[in-house]
Write a protein that binds this ligand. Structure first.
Ligand code: PAP
Length: 330
């Protein structure tokens, strides 16, 4: 009796307070920018990104015909947005027309993001309600952080992943360019990435969430790899068109539309657009990002220029171990 009372400590206000206050999330230095990263529902995010994710969870109202493009950062989001926009809008915007939107706009400005640019600052999530159906949307959020209704009402998802070593290299370049004052040595970024500490990380959890969903619902989740899309972009254009519900017709194919889409959305073509060379994006107050940072090398295996063999083997082992024989390999 006495023991039970002392366990519950009904008259200990301090103890009560302790049990009511939420645990402080672990924080880590941000190798990638100005602020530290904290765990938000198991995902490493900065404070601003956590707020933004919470707003998506609270206010985003998925529709059954939404198509969501999902990526871990630096896996080819810009490319996927360009392809998806070109494919889904090809009847309003013929691919070879002189005023195709992709000739004057960054792909990021043609496909709405759920949580980035930081919507709570400038664009409430509710603005997404004004978009006509079917909506083409994009997110970096891991699947478990999206509202559960995304899955229950059957939104289609295209997930694009990339060889993790190339992701790390691309992210390291990008972050050091955007957050110029917070240069991080590659070796330090590598260590943190291996621990899973990177924006929207751990990368393996991000990949696994969508991969597992694809294995149970292959008709609703299309899972793609950057390297494979590089090797045969034409075939991926056809797969995407089919997945979006408007397969490339025989007439379209014989008119060369697949090659035209591949060319329009190619790294070389998008990189040389005036908006890519000189434009600036302002996702966050006070942070101006030159659009050119979205187009660096667009190469597969650039990690070979940044990592020792030992580093590569270490990260390979970690990724293999974390993916745990799920079937996803690089
Ligand atoms: P984001 O997550 O910030 O939106 P994201 O577009 O996913 O970035 O990734 C950028 C990478 O895609 C860059 O890779 P790199 O650093 O290894 O060069 C960028 O060059 C590459 N990229 C951009 N556009 C294309 C494209 N059209 N085709 C192929 N790769 C591209």
């Amino acid at each position: 009796m006495v023991e039970a009372q002392s366990d519950t400590k009904p008259s200990d206000p301090e103890g009560e307070e302790e049990s009511l206050s939420p645990p402080t999330p672990p924080k880590r230095e941000a190798w990638l920018g100005a602020s530290s990263l904290s765990q938000f529902q198991g995902c490493w995010l900065s404070e601003d990104f956590s707020k933004s994710a919470a707003l998506v969870q609270a206010h985003f109202q998925p529709r059954p015909d939404d198509i969501i493009l999902a990526t871990y950062p630096k896996c080819g989001t810009t490319w996927l947005k360009a392809l998806a926009f070109a494919i889904t809008n090809r009847s309003h915007h013929p691919i070879t027309c002189k005023n195709h939107p992709l000739l004057t706009h960054l792909p990021h400005d043609l496909v709405e993001d759920l949580e980035f640019p930081l919507r709570y600052l400038h664009h409430p999530v509710s603005e997404l309600e004004n978009l006509p159906s079917p909506r083409l949307l994009c997110t970096h959020l891991p699947l478990p952080l999206l509202p559960t209704s995304v899955s229950t009402i059957g939104c289609r998802i295209v997930y694009l992943c990339r060889e993790p070593k190339d992701v790390l290299v691309s992210m390291w370049h990008y972050m050091n360019k955007v957050y110029r004052d917070c240069f991080t040595e590659f070796d330090r970024a590598f260590e943190l990435f291996c621990e899973g500490v990177s924006l929207y990380g751990p990368i393996w959890d991000h990949y696994l969430g969508y991969w597992k969903q694809m294995t149970t619902e292959p008709n609703r989740v299309l899972f793609l790899k950057y390297d494979e899309m590089m090797a045969d972009t034409g075939n991926h254009v056809k797969r995407l068109a089919e997945f979006f519900g408007g397969p490339v017709s025989v007439e379209e194919e014989s008119s060369g539309i697949v090659q035209d889409i591949v060319k329009l959305c190619s790294f070389e073509n998008l990189k040389k657009m005036p908006v890519s060379c000189s434009g600036v994006t302002n996702p966050i107050d006070g942070l101006a990002i030159e659009n050119s940072v979205f187009f660096r090398t667009g190469k597969v295996r650039d990690w070979e220029n940044h990592m020792t063999e030992e580093m590569a083997k270490k990260l390979d082992r970690i990724i293999e171990d974390k993916l745990g024989g799920c079937g996803l390999t690089f």
